[in-house]
Each structure stands twice: as C-alpha cells, then as structure tokens.
Ligand binder design. Structure first.
Ligand code: NAD
Length: 424
C-alpha cells in the first residue's frame, strides 16, 4: 500500500518541481510507533493486542488522523493512511499534518466493557505522543463517537485536566461539534456542486447512483435529493435498489433502519409499490448509465476487472481509495472524470478541525455556522483543484495531489532549505 502512496507522489513530481529535500522528507513518516496493549477480557483472561500510531508529517501543524480497530491493521496500512491524511489536510488547507492509528483486533467479537478497556489501553500506550498541540486522533473503521469519548476521558484522567481538543468525533455532550455526522456526505456534495456549476450542469438533469448507504452515503444521497439531483440507485453490502424515476431517500433510509438492510425496502409489499424500485446486484450498480457514481463503501471497488464497464460520466470518491491505481488509468482513457477522495471526502476532517477549534475556544457554534464555514472551505479548495487540473491538463486526482504537495513543500521550504543555509 505504501508503494502506491509513493507512486502517487512520483506522479506529482512529474508536474511540479520540488526541492530534493522535500522529496526526502515526504518519502518517509516522521514517527512510527508500535505498542502492545494488554486487555483483561470478561472471562478473566489477559490478551495482548498490537497497536500502531504513525505521525507522517507535522510541518503544517499537529498531526491528525483516525484510529481503526480491524483484524487487517498493520504498519504498512497505517503508514499509507497517515500519508493520505497528510495530503488530505493540506488539500483542505487545514493547519494540521497527517497521522493514523490502529489496533489489529476483531473488535466486533468484543463486549462493550472489553472494547472500553482496549480503547483506554490504546490511549495509555500512546499518550506520550498525543495531545491537542501534537497529534489528535478521530474515529475510523470500527471505532465511533462513544470510543472517542472513552479515549478523551482516559487522557484527561491521566493528565489530571480536561483537554477535549485531544480527540475529535466525540459525542455532542462531551464536546463534539454540530454537523459532524453529516459533514463527509455534505462536503462531498459541495465539491460535486462546484464541478456541476463550472460545467453549466443543472442538478435536476443529473442522475446519481450511490454505492454504500452508510453514514457518508446516506447523508450525501439525502442532501443530493434535496438539492434536486435524481438519486436512482443505492446499495449496501447485501445488494442494491434502483428506480429510474428516483428513490425517496428518506423512505429508503427509514425502512433500512427498521430492518437493518436494503432488502427490506423492496421485500415489504406496500413499500415495494410505493418505491417502485427494482433489485440490482452490487456489480450492476457500478455499471449503471448515470451521470454520477458515488463510491461511499470501501476501498478497491473499481478495479482493472470492472473499470471498462463503468458508464458513469463522473465518479465521486467518498470512500478512501475506492478506485484502484490501475483502474484509474482505464477510467481516464474512457473520459470518466474521477473526483478524488483527498478532496471529495475531506468534509469530515474539516468539521473535525472545527470541533478542535471550538474545544480550544470553549465556544460552540450553531449548525448553520458550521455548515457555512464548511461550504466556504469546500468550495474554495474544490475550485483551486479544478483550476490546477485545467492549468496542468491533468486528472483531478493529480491536481488535488499537486495542490496538497505544493502547500506541504512550501511549508517544508519555509522552515529553511539548502539554498537558505548555504547563503545562495
Ligand atoms: P459505514 O460503515 O457507515 O457505511 C458503509 C456502507 O457501505 C454500509 O452501508 C455497508 O453495508 C456498505 N457496503 C460495504 N461493502 C459494500 C459493497 N461491496 N457494496 C455496496 N455497499 C457496501 O461507513 P461510512 O462512515 O459511511 O464510510 C464509508 C466510506 O467513507 C469508508 O471508506 C470511510 O473510510 C470513508 N470515509 C468516511 C468518513 C466519515 O466521516 N464517515 C470520512 C472520510 C472517509
């Protein structure tokens, strides 16, 4: 995975020249730590789990990045994700570097008390390198706001003071920000709106299919429908539904929540009639002839195997890495525009930044203020990326990387470079 991250960097260096010292700095993580975390299980047994924290680069500010609990977590994955967080924070213009953390564990098999012990254990293991001015974690796969609350609490117990800015994605009553839940989907829609506006496209004339009807995909679909887009298909891990006239996103969400799966939306007779939707496989959803295909499930969904069958005009990446590197080339050849993850899904980290600012100020904003500030950042950065793509005649992905790496390179340079120190 880390080789892939390097390949993205090398592509950028074909377009912009940066000092060799910057290349060196960005080729390696600043700090990578492993800790073994002992957890007392409910049956009295002691088990030890391996945890990681990688702080990739902190030139632009304290590092920021989620913690995931998953059996596949390893140093290579955490390092790659910390690199992507570094780029994402720079693309969004946030005063943060990038980090990531994780524990190799099947957390789904844990009781709530075991999960709490593991979460608190993670903080005890890494507390020396965390802090609101050093490194600020957040939720990721199989971690959530409750876990962030336990972690923030453990940190305050250890340090004998309240420091809510240590972690973002906390529950609302423990210093969370309004608007965080919907921020990723909302931010992605803002980025798409700018794209459509620049091309003179009207939302009401655009059809959208959404892979992944979870937190990010649902909020995206809900807001997109409100703004006039026709959301014709959505999917979850068990299958997809399609209606050429457009789905009623709120109804779909309501029935999915009742039954916990999209199948319930079309299996229940009366709802079936109301939605007039038909069942598709996950593969079929990816191949629909729509204007926008929104990838909001997981990584590596469009690969060399199916890229040629993608008919959408635009692929919007809300998940991290849903288009494989070699599939990217095929989409580009087929004139499918990919709006890349480091731009499209940055709404989440932007509102995490707002949470950190509010925690530090002790002053909390209303939802309208959060959403307006999010709009300002997403529109501005999306337009900068779209301008760069025109200037360099490159893909939006390369443009986003150019944008982020240029800011990082500027920061690294301004701390002093070879020219400065040799008086040239
Ligand atoms: P989630 O777990 O709430 O939702 C994921 C959804 O994808 C679920 O509905 C699941 O059933 C579905 N899914 C899984 N495999 C699928 C498949 N093969 N086909 C169709 N659907 C499938 O997760 P989320 O928070 O919505 O995040 C989605 C993606 O966006 C993840 O890759 C995440 O890393 C990324 N992301 C999320 C945020 C955020 O703030 N939530 C921020 C940045 C990036």
């Amino acid at each position: 995975m880390f080789d892939l991250a390097h390949q993205r960097l090398e592509k950028v260096f074909q377009f912009i020249s940066v000092d060799e010292e910057v290349v060196q700095r960005l080729s390696f993580p600043k700090r990578a730590i492993v800790a073994n975390i002992p957890v007392r299980m409910d049956n009295g047994e002691l088990r030890v789990f391996t945890g990681y924290r990688v702080q990739y680069d902190d030139t632009r500010g304290p590092t920021k990045g989620g913690i995931r609990f998953h059996p596949d977590v390893c140093m290579d994955e955490v390092t790659s994700l910390s690199f992507w967080m570094t780029v994402k924070c720079a693309v969004a213009g946030l005063p943060f570097g990038g980090a990531k953390g994780g524990v190799t564990v099947d957390a789904k098999s844990f009781s709530k008390l075991e999960l709490e012990r593991l979460s608190r254990g993670y903080i005890r293991a890494f507390a020396d390198v965390l802090g609101q001015d050093r490194d600020i974690p957040a939720p990721d796969m199989y971690t959530n706001e409750i876990i962030m609350g336990w972690m923030a609490d453990e940190y305050s117990v250890m340090n004998r003071r309240q420091e809510p800015g240590i972690i973002t994605g906390k529950p609302m009553h423990l210093g969370g920000s309004k608007g965080r839940q919907s921020a990723t989907g909302r931010g992605a829609l803002m980025v798409l709106n700018e794209y459509a506006r620049r091309r003179g496209l009207e939302p009401s004339s655009m059809t959208v299919a959404v892979q992944g009807f979870g937190n990010a995909g649902y909020h995206f679909a809900r807001l997109a429908k409100q703004q006039g887009y026709r959301v014709v298909a959505v999917s979850d891990s068990q299958g997809a539904i399609y209606s050429s006239g457009g789905l009623n996103v709120e109804d779909v969400h309501k029935f999915k929540n009742q039954e916990k799966r999209l199948a319930s939306v079309y299996c229940d007779g009366s709802v079936c009639n109301m939605l007039e939707s038909e069942v598709l496989s996950n593969e079929q959803l990816l191949e629909l002839d729509v204007d926008v295909l929104v990838m909001a499930a997981m990584e590596n969904q469009i690969t060399i195997e199916n890229a040629d069958r993608v008919k959408a005009k635009v692929v919007l990446e809300i998940a991290n890495g849903p288009v494989a590197l070699d599939a990217d080339v095929i989409l580009e050849e087929n004139n499918v525009v990919v709006i890349p993850d480091v731009l499209a899904n940055s709404g989440g980290v932007v509102v995490s930044y707002f949470e950190w600012v509010q925690n530090r100020a002790g002053l909390y904003w209303e939802l309208d203020e959060v959403n307006q500030k999010l709009q300002n950042i997403m529109s501005k950065e999306a337009n900068l990326v779209y301008d760069i793509a025109l200037q360099y005649e490159c893909s939006l992905r390369t443009a986003a990387y150019i944008h982020g790496i240029d800011r990082l390179a500027g920061a690294i340079d301004q701390r002093g470079n070879r020219k400065y120190f040799s008086g040239l």
